[in-house]
Write a protein that binds this ligand. Structure first.
Ligand code: KIV
Length: 271
């Protein structure tokens, strides 16, 4: 249950106050109206329409092919289901990297057409300046460091980042720059727990870990992993809180079998 049980919508300032008070909060991904409604009612503070949409909902191999229009379609659905949660939209690969102008326009579309309260950008370097510009123009930005899946081809696979001293120091420095540029929160993906702790202590914005250990200010998981819907081997950081794949399979089999035997529909289901 959320530490913010009141129905008042969650703002980016509430998240910073959580950090200041030492209260941890949860973020989950959502891609559709119904799931957003359930998660919102469950008191999840932040819903991320992640570009993991590509893998989870659209069957792509990575997040690289995801387009702005695909994101907007799902963002609008999530926004319709969320009355209280802060809704963050992930700007997809090459919707903000080629130029600041394009990034600003696409972020604007996420807020104006998608109803997002904020956008998420991966990386540092030139993204720090872009964050600064977006924030100064009224677009709240969530950063994302560590394993940044949009750069999977550059990183050479889905690997833990920041394992050696130099790369860990680089991540801490990047996080500080994003903090100074005005990002309101930072996702840390697949970094050693000690790096998660160092960054969390180094910045004033809340850190949201996924495979970043127990010391971050918040945690995020991909909803289909948490619910046990995802097929195949899951990353070590995933904790499965339900077995929906098994439940759906059983329900679908039971329905098929009752249709075959004529047990469904019964008199109580007929007019
Ligand atoms: O796209 C996504 O789901 C994400 C989370 C893993 C943080 O970026």
């Amino acid at each position: 249950m959320s530490v913010h049980a009141a129905a008042r919508p969650v703002s980016i300032h509430d998240l910073r106050e959580h950090k200041e008070r030492g209260e941890r909060f949860a973020m989950l991904t959502a891609y559709d109206y119904l799931t957003a409604q359930v998660l919102d009612e469950a008191g999840v503070d932040v819903l991320l329409v992640g570009d993991s949409l590509g893998n989870v909902m659209l069957g792509y191999d990575s997040t690289v092919p995801v387009t702005v229009d695909e994101m907007l379609h799902h963002l609008r659905a999530v926004r319709r289901g969320a009355d209280r949660a802060l809704v963050v939209g992930d700007l997809p690969f090459m919707s903000y990297q080629a130029s600041a102008t394009e990034g600003l326009r696409n972020a604007g579309r996420f807020l104006k057409e998608g109803g997002a309260h904020a956008v998420k950008l991966e990386g540092a370097g030139p993204i720090v300046d872009l964050t600064d510009r977006m924030v100064s123009l009224g677009i709240p930005v969530m950063g994302h460091l560590g394993l940044t899946p949009q750069s999977v081809n550059q990183l050479g696979g889905f690997r833990v980042q920041g394992r050696d001293r130099d790369s860990a120091d680089r991540l801490v420095a990047d996080a500080r720059e994003l903090d100074e540029a005005g990002a309101f929160a930072l996702v840390l993906e697949c970094v050693p727990a000690d790096v998660g702790r160092r960054i969390t202590e180094a910045v004033s914005m809340p850190t949201i870990g996924i495979g970043a250990g127990p010391h971050t200010d918040a945690q995020v998981l991909v909803i289909s992993d948490l619910l046990g819907l995802t097929a195949g081997r899951l990353p070590r950081f995933v904790k499965q809180y339900a077995d929906l794949r098994g439940m759906i399979t059983d329900a679908a089999k039971a329905f098929s079998s009752e249709v075959a035997t004529g047990d469904y529909p019964g008199p109580e289901h007929s007019y």
